[in-house]
Ligand binder design. Structure first.
Ligand code: NAD
Ligand code: TYD
Length: 359
């Protein structure tokens, strides 16, 4: 089986590549990634010498780059490549439209022309919008994205759907809840809070901290994607979730406990505009059709993840070099974090506060 994985140098893509190479002897993988701030070849250093793995640097929104990857025969394409952070999409949505919408159109067109057997679009539960205190997202829930990130992913889902209806392409879309685990870029809640706690810096909780996410370990997501790739029904959408709802404050408290730090580090900061109150996934379709279920209990997965970040300081240093410090200052100073102890490296470009909006 020869697969094109796009965005394989990011968090979930790199975990998926590692998972597939270890689970499937017959698997050959071509990884197409633009290596944006979120893409990091260090995430794959342990498999980079595997003869079944190959990396190509390129942009999914560029038909030439994509064309180079479709020259050999491909059994499947699985698209992870995306701009993936809600807060960045609020600052500037342009890259989100280019990668998450145009990029998907370019990939679909190439896959159609080359007669690729299967196209898997890795989407998100955020396309459904926000839930009140009750209920869970089903695959039939109406799309109601609230952030530019979610809107761009919803647009892609509709494009994928249209290629199935119009061109009879074999496509499958997955909508997963919030992932956590090793190699996640520390702009997302769990790795950011772990690193801040380890360094005794403030933990910036948005709003009242009572926002709810349905957490899933990345390895459980990868096992689901392997099943979908092989056995998913053409044209289907599958929700994937960890069946584990937690409020942000609960997650932050667990992290502080795991790291052995006081709750005094919690700092309430300005809320995210358009912040979705609650996500919860009904994953009964993939459970019944593909016999998948999440295996990693949240407490255990979180402990492992805390230990992973504590024991990978070189990786952490690598991803926080470059623009990360500027990003952190820009994002959190405007939110009112007062004690930011992250120092700006002498080599960093730009000024703190650059690009900030009101607030
Ligand atoms: P990530 O930000 O860690 O990685 C994205 C990867 O895509 C990076 O390696 C980046 O270099 C690459 N990329 C960005 N623009 C590109 C372009 N134009 N061409 C080629 N490569 C490009 O994201 P992630 O958290 O690993 O998410 C992967 C996918 O899963 C995304 O599509 C996201 O929407 C989806 N998803 C993520 C979560 C989550 O909790 N992280 C949950 C559900 C769905
Ligand atoms: P995030 O990891 O950005 O994922 P998403 O917005 O895609 O769900 O955020 C998860 C939750 O944590 C969300 O409710 C926003 C909140 N959050 C904070 O309270 N503080 C932070 O510094 C970050 C990054 C997120």
């Amino acid at each position: 089986m020869r697969i094109l994985v796009t965005g394989g140098a990011g968090f979930i893509g790199s975990n998926f590549i590692r998972h597939m190479l270890s689970a499937r002897q017959d698997c050959r993988i071509l990884n197409l990634d633009a290596l944006t701030y979120a893409g990091n070849l260090e995430n794959l250093s342990d498999v980079s010498q595997d003869p079944r793995y190959e990396f190509v640097r390129g942009d999914i929104a560029d038909p030439e780059d994509v064309g180079r990857c479709f020259s050999g025969s491909l059994d499947a394409v699985i698209n992870f490549a995306a701009e993936s952070h809600v807060d960045r999409s609020i600052e500037d949505s342009a890259a989100f439209i280019r990668t998450n919408v145009t990029g998907v159109q370019v990939l679909l067109e190439a896959a159609r022309k080359q007669g690729v057997k299967r196209f898997v679009q890795v989407s998100t539960d955020e396309v459904y919008g926000s839930l009140g205190p009750q209920g869970r997202f089903r695959e039939t829930t109406a799309l109601a994205p609230n952030s530019p990130y979610a809107a761009s992913k919803a647009a892609a889902d509709l494009l994928v759907r249209s290629y199935h209806i119009t061109h009879q392409m074999d496509v499958v879309t997955t909508r997963c809840s919030n992932n956590y685990g090793p190699y996640q870029f520390p702009e997302k809640l769990i790795p950011l809070m772990i690193l801040n706690a380890v360094e005794s810096r403030p933990l910036p909780v948005y709003g009242d901290g009572l926002y709810t996410r349905d957490w899933i370990h990345v390895e459980d997501h990868c096992r689901a994607l392997e099943l979908v790739l092989e056995k998913g029904r053409a044209g289907a959408v599958y929700n994937i979730g960890g069946d584990r709802e937690e409020q942000n404050l609960q997650v932050v408290r667990r992290i502080l406990q795991a790291v052995g730090r006081s709750e005094e580090l919690i700092q309430y900061v300005q809320d995210r505009p358009g912040h979705d109150r609650r996500y919860a996934i009904d994953a009964s379709l993939i459970r019944s059709e593909l016999s998948w279920r999440p295996r990693v209990p949240f407490e255990e997965g979180l402990q492992q993840t805390v230990r992973w970040y504590q024991s990978h300081s070189q990786w952490v240093q690598g991803v926080r070099s470059g623009d990360y410090v500027n990003y952190y200052r820009r994002m959190y100073e405007k939110r009112g974090e007062t004690l930011s102890a992250l120092k700006k490296p002498a080599t960093a470009q730009g000024t703190a506060g650059q690009g900030s909006r009101q607030g």
